[in-house]
Ligand binder design. Structure first.
Ligand code: ASP
Length: 455
């Protein structure tokens, strides 16, 4: 059995739906289907999820909502019309949209989550109706029926382990397709909570694990995951096969085709993930597989870069002899609720790297002042201009000289590195650069590893 998930652009309109339906029909193993909300039909378009966020904000601010509701309904209506679905099939969708403000929400965060979740909920209901209308038996399965339980905050939930027990009791038979909405579950007290944005991928992986799928197919709008960002390098090489941990490291630093949290259930269930293109479904796509038995064909699988970092550099002589030095810093960070990303260190220096998107200027000022006062470093420098480049490949394990090749490639192009971290992970090397240099550094590294025949 396969779990198939379709992303927002793969379900954006009637034509996209028709392609998705052909994909479902083409393989009898594809009987668990996960839908996203209708995404953008073109670059100027808006995702239904974003329209629902607007709708929620209008309700919260007590503003008129009619235009927004009409715009959202129009998206579903157009899809229904493409398949000549009778109006009676669409009426419940309209009703659900209109009734959303009357739900029982503990606070505005839960209200927001419930509104957002309806993008996928209504799309999955619509998909089930269309499949039945076309003569393909299908059943909509709500996360409440399936026992998808989540915890955490309403708009950034995580899967509760009980979900897997519940899923193992789900009544499944291969004479009907099961259509699940992605992106949300229910809290133990029965309120909707969503995963973070793009979280339908997580639902798909969770179902693949919980229902014991042979493979998780994730349909999106690209032929494959590429070895680097196509906006930075022209026509980068497609990755045909990569390991879970390679994907984890690359998605951390910006590879966004597949949600990074979605890999966890796939890894737990050891389910291979196949990222495929709805517009070119016979292309093999990218397989993300367990490390066990993986034979690397290249030194480097991918090069990713992310520019949303900052760093705190601290210098103190004999830092390495002072017990509790790092502990005191971490205590201060914890006091401000700040988590750090990386912490490369030397004998007298330490650099602490942060995700800049998670920090405000005020919080940075506060913890820097406190570190200055409490720790009394010889030098404290906040480096706001920081990018991270991850060079990732199973082929690096036990191979010497990779760091040298990276450093030379970057240096030959006249760029300087602010940090090198080849610490705990055997399959990646992380380097820091100034933001303005990041793209060029990626190009240099790409050329070194991908344009040379010997790899
Ligand atoms: N529709 C949601 C979003 O736009 C979730 C998803 O597409 O996976 O973030």
């Amino acid at each position: 059995m396969k779990v198939v998930k379709f992303g927002g652009s793969s379900l954006a309109d009637g034509e996209a739906f028709a392609k998705a339906i052909n994909i479902i029909k083409a393989d009898p193993e594809r009987w668990v289907v996960v839908t996203s909300a209708p995404g953008k039909r073109n670059s100027a378009d808006r995702k239904v999820t974003d329209l629902l966020i607007q709708y929620a904000n209008e309700v919260i601010a007590d503003k008129p909502v009619d235009q927004t509701v009409a715009a959202i309904f129009h998206r579903y209506q157009q899809i229904g019309a493409f398949f000549n679905l009778p109006a009676s099939g669409l009426a419940p969708i309209k009703e659900a949209l209109i009734n959303l403000p009357h739900g029982n929400y503990p606070d505005s965060n839960y209200l927001m989550a419930a509104f957002k979740a309806h993008g996928e909920r209504l799309n999955a209901q619509l998909m089930a109706k269309i499949l039945n209308h076309l003569g393909l038996p299908a059943r909509y399965v709500d996360p409440s029926t399936a026992g998808i339980v989540v915890s955490g905050t309403p708009n950034n939930a995580t899967i509760s382990p009980i979900t897997y027990k519940n899923l193992s009791h789900l009544n499944v038979s291969d004479d009907e397709r099961l259509i699940f909405p992605g992106f949300f579950g229910f809290t133990p007290t029965g309120h909707i909570a969503t995963f973070s944005r793009g979280g339908s991928d997580i639902t798909g992986a969770m179902l693949a694990k919980g229902l014991g799928a042979r493979i998780y197919e994730n349909f999106t709008d690209v032929d494959a995951i590429y070895s680097t960002n196509p906006h930075v390098v022209d026509h980068p090489r497609a990755i045909h096969r990569m390991t879970y941990r390679e994907m984890r490291e690359l998605s951390y630093a910006g590879f966004s085709v597949f949600h990074d949290e979605a890999l966890i259930p796939a890894i737990e269930g050891q389910i291979p993930v196949n990222v495929k293109n709805t517009n070119n479904p016979t292309a093999p796509g990218t397989m993300i597989v367990p490390e066990n038995g993986f034979a690397a064909t290249h030194v480097v699988t991918g090069v990713a870069s992310a520019k949303h970092f900052s760093a705190l550099y601290l210098h103190k002589y004999l830092m390495n002899k002072q017990s509790g030095f790092t502990f005191s810093i971490l205590q201060i960070l914890a006091k401000y609720g700040v988590s750090y990303e990386h912490m490369p260190s030397g004998i007298d220096d330490i650099t602490i790297i942060f995700d800049r998107d998670k920090l405000t200027d005020a919080v940075i000022d506060q913890f820097c002042n406190e570190i200055q006062y409490e720790i009394d470093p010889d030098r404290l420098e906040w480096i706001d201009d920081y990018a991270i480049i991850m060079v990732v490949g199973e082929g690096m394990v036990h191979r010497v000289g990779t760091m040298e090749r990276i450093a030379n490639a970057v240096a030959n192009d006249g760029l300087s590195l602010t940090m090198v971290n080849q610490g705990a992970s055997q399959i990646s090397i992380m380097i820091g650069t100034r933001r303005a240099d990041a793209d060029q550094a990626v190009q240099s590294i790409y050329r070194e590893f991908f344009d040379k025949e010997d790899d």
